[in-house]
Design a protein around this ligand. Structure first.
Ligand code: 5RP
Length: 235
């Protein structure tokens, strides 16, 4: 199997495994991205077979997919608590700290994850890293008018910021909230807790893609099965 197909297959395996965590009557935060898409597909199938749940989407992508697969939805603004939220990640370390926002949905993903009694990250093993933000940048959602200020401030703390550009549109990526995404690159692993604090103190930063101490559990797909990692196993 080609590496690309194998990655897709692992995403599917973990997406399906995640559906087992969803029980009748639950309100479920529904993640964004290609791994979450497999979870949504499977959840839709179970809903058609009689599972009764209400989903709360983290993005337009998740919302549209849920409609497509017949998953009943609640608007995030109407809820303050969820039984569970299940979402992918771009990187995750062994303490279950993660980087999210590769799909530019990190703000809503963080809101939904925070509302959930249990926040579960689903990834294939390629996302597991010793240190965050070495191979993947830290996405930051920024209001457009603050772009210049944010770029200057993050350079002052040693980051190389790049305004994320759209692929099939001229100009920058515009998030579901109407903002920009600035991706922060680092030459060495940053202290992510400090970085998160500093970023959140810059006016115009809406939210970062650093999910620190938030996940209760991670499902990690390997070639020989799905590993369950618990936050309580933190070192
Ligand atoms: O954070 C996200 C979107 O903002 C996604 O969960 C993350 O980018 C992982 O995506 P994929 O499952 O496609 O690898």
């Amino acid at each position: 199997m080609k590496a690309q197909d194998e990655g897709k297959n692992l995403k599917k395996i973990v997406g399906l495994a995640a559906a087992d965590l969803v029980k009748d009557g639950m309100t479920v935060g529904i993640g964004t991205g290609s791994t979450a898409a497999f979870f949504i597909e499977e959840l839709g199938q179970r809903v058609r077979q009689g599972l009764s749940i209400r989903g709360v989407p983290t993005s337009y992508q998740a919302k549209l997919m849920c409609y497509q697969h017949g998953i009943p939805l609640l608007d995030p603004s109407l809820v303050d608590r969820l039984d569970i939220a299940i979402d992918g990640a771009d990187e995750i370390d062994y303490s279950l700290n993660a980087i999210k926002g590769g799909g530019a949905a990190n703000t809503m993903e963080k809101v939904i994850a925070t509302m959930a009694d249990e926040f579960v990250i689903i990834v294939d093993h390629s996302k597991l890293v010793e240190k965050l933000a070495v191979s993947f940048p830290v996405p930051v959602e920024v209001i457009p008018a603050a772009l210049g200020l944010v770029m200057r401030k993050v350079r002052e703390i040693g980051a190389r910021p790049e305004l994320r550009m759209a692929v099939r549109k001229a100009g920058p990526v515009v998030t579901d909230n109407g903002n920009f995404i600035v991706d922060l690159y680092f030459d060495e692993a940053p202290d992510v807790y400090r970085l998160n604090r500093v970023l959140k103190s810059i006016p115009g930063v809406v939210e970062t893609g650093l999910f620190l101490g938030m996940a209760h559990k991670a499902l990690v797909a390997w070639e020989d099965g799905v590993e369950v990692m618990l936050a309580s196993q933190k070192d």
